[in-house]
Design a protein around this ligand. Structure first.
Ligand code: UDP
Length: 242
């Protein structure tokens, strides 16, 4: 039985990183499409404004606590949440297993050039890794059928999609049954980090739950978007479970 808790009406699985990796490997073994979503506080606030997006998250097969804010909110309500499972880290752990077990990876999204650089770095880093296809994420509706056919031809076990939130999740729900990859994950800015054009916060900041501050300082243009964070905290407090 799945163990999930709710953060502002969004259901999140109570999982460790190790368990998340093992669930994904179980999905691959089942050979049927599964969606993995990686919500942080900003995404949960978005889902509170967008019923379709909320439904997608609540119907997903695995929903990991990507942000420190989600872990905080769960614990604030007295719900268990063993640790933060960042989407970027989940992808890296899956690539380690993929290199060992020959899972086939497809990477869709990111700016032209970025996804190929991300692939190049990944195959250097994880020896034996099979990235069976890549496609950048700036395309028109007309180009979509060709992109989808190409992904189908490549037969990936894991499809990583970076088109920004919530487009990537909506895109996957629309096409994942047609594509039939056993695992599809919306990965946001993961390819930018893998390509080395965006840096993640240093570990000490991640450990102090300050990754949001690092992002704010390094990408000040995100400031308006990041106002979702204090709004999230206030909303969680106002809705505290009794
Ligand atoms: N992106 C894309 N196509 C688009 C919009 C965005 O491929 O039409 C990529 C963008 O290059 C980045 C990723 O999606 O690599 C995540 O974008 P962003 O950081 O804006 O979204 P987030 O996931 O943080 O909300």
């Amino acid at each position: 039985m799945r163990n999930r808790i709710e953060v502002l009406n969004v259901k999140v699985d109570v999982v460790t990183m190790k368990e998340a990796v093992s669930h994904v490997e179980g999905f691959i073994a089942q050979k049927k499409p599964h969606l993995v979503v990686t919500p942080n506080a900003e995404m949960i606030m978005m889902a509170n404004q967008d019923k379709h997006f909320a439904q997608i998250i609540n119907d997903a097969d695995l929903v990991i606590p990507d942000g420190a804010g989600v872990v905080w909110a769960a614990r604030y309500n007295g719900d268990p949440m063993p640790e933060r499972v960042a989407g970027y880290d989940l992808v890296q752990n899956l690539l380690v297993e993929a290199a060992k077990k020959k899972y086939r990876i497809y990477m869709l999204g990111g700016a032209p050039g970025i996804v190929d650089k991300a692939k190049e770095n990944a195959v250097k880093r994880y020896s034996g890794l099979q990235i069976v296809g890549t496609r950048h994420g700036f395309f028109t509706k007309q180009e979509e059928p060709e992109i989808i056919n190409n992904i189908i031809k490549c037969q990936p076990d894991i499809l990583l999609v970076a088109l920004g939130v919530p487009r990537q999740e909506k895109w996957l729900v629309e096409f994942m049954d047609q594509i039939k990859a056993p695992v599809a994950i919306g990965v946001g800015g993961t390819f930018d980090v893998m390509a080395g054009v965006v840096q993640r916060a240093p570990l000490w900041m991640q450990n102090l739950n300050l990754e949001w501050l690092y992002r704010l300082l390094s990408e000040p243009k995100r400031a308006i978007r990041m106002l979702a964070l204090p709004r999230f905290v206030l909303k969680v407090m106002a809705n505290k479970k009794r």
